[in-house]
Design a protein around this ligand. Sequence first.
Ligand SMILES: Cc1cc2nc3c(=O)[nH]c(=O)nc-3n(C[C@H](O)[C@H](O)[C@H](O)COP(=O)(O)OP(=O)(O)OC[C@H]3O[C@@H](n4cnc5c(N)ncnc54)[C@H](O)[C@@H]3O)c2cc1C
Length: 414
Amino acid sequence: MAATPEPVVIVGAGQAGAWVAATLRAEAPDARIVMIGAEPHAPYERPPLSKGILAGKAEPASAALRPPGYWEGAGIALATGRRAVAIDRAARCVLLDDGTAERYGTLVLTTGAEARTLDAPVDARAPVHLLRTLDDALALGPRLRPGARIVAIGAGFVGLEVAATAREAGCAVTVLEAAPAALGRVLDPTVAEAIVDLHRRHGVEVAFGVRVNAIRAAPGGGARVDLADGRSIAADTVVVGIGARPCDDLARAAGIACDDGILTDAEGRTSDPLIFAAGDVARAMHPLMGRALRLESWQNAQNQGIALGKLLAGGEAPAAEVPWFWTDQFGANIQMCGAPRAWDQVVWRGRPEDGRWSVLYLCAGRAVGGNTFDAARDMRALRRLVEVGAPVDPARFADPATNLLALMRELAPA
Ligand SMILES: Cc1cc2nc3c(=O)[nH]c(=O)nc-3n(C[C@H](O)[C@H](O)[C@H](O)COP(=O)(O)OP(=O)(O)OC[C@H]3O[C@@H](n4cnc5c(N)ncnc54)[C@H](O)[C@@H]3O)c2cc1C
């Protein structure tokens, strides 16, 4: 009789974990797969949490990564509402918060990231919300009533998406950002400014260089946001959207190499050959970008999950792709590709006032990143130019008469 294969245990039933499990099942029908998720829900996608679901326009079920019954039907033992609390590498098991242990042959950590909390005193009675989970979105959504005063702290993607959704729901919205610009880590300031302009045109107040000293509970169920400059802003609801931190605590406590995320090679292998990581929690070597990156994006969670599922089934992982991210704000679709650390030229094709535009980031004449604003069809060319680091003539890119796909085929033939 063949020996029962040792189980693959996946900790974290989010997007990356779900793709590892589903891909592994498709490729290896006999694999024993256990997936443990701290949330009470089966795996779902997070992008709608700040968009359709927050607005009450999409059903929570629409975000599910698989139809109801899939996990059971596929023979994947999904345990929701259970948290892994420690890894015993010597005994090859994961300890759970209900006192049980799960033995593994291979362990996959897809624990994602969690919303950062404010580093300032916050009265527990004040209506202060974070947005990371479906339950967060379901708690926040009903508070976005017409006329409600919403203060979003943080002008990153989550803060700006919440601001747009709240404003479209008829709320009075203020965004407070400590840095001098929005989306500072990922976009050129001119691009960020164009996105902030979009918000201002829709009536969102956006303030930069603003530090929050404290959030107090106000009579009647609201909040006062006290600023370092002495001002105090009244809010019915405060949303803190100041980024996320990787949930790498389990790995660190088990002695696995971490550095703001679990360090992995290009295939997701951690410093322990039996333990892999993928998604928001992983700082993985990116073959195209030539360095380790911790990406917080839908594309990355899905691609790394699929790649790891194939690898664990004994197959070959698909080739890496250029990092890509999208956001929807006020009906505009904004996309970005690449992960440039530095650029010395930003070339615009179209202008913000045109309502649709694309931007190419060059470093020493070579493509390192790109953005599109309601110009999604330009993204394919941008991604390919960035993938090969093509030398691009700025004038040709900027010229609206240039066919970008033809330029792509010329500069970066397949
Ligand atoms: C509001 C919001 C909007 C977004 N919008 C976009 C977008 O428009 N475009 C885009 O590209 N990306 C977007 N993203 C990012 C994208 O959703 C994430 O990159 C993706 O969800 C990461 O998937 P993951 O599986 O790595 O982590 P997660 O989805 O965070 O899943 C990790 C899971 O692991 C669980 N877990 C953690 N620790 C434990 C433990 N010890 N035991 C058991 N379970 C544990 C967590 O509870 C969680 O359910 C958005 C994210 C958010 C929060």
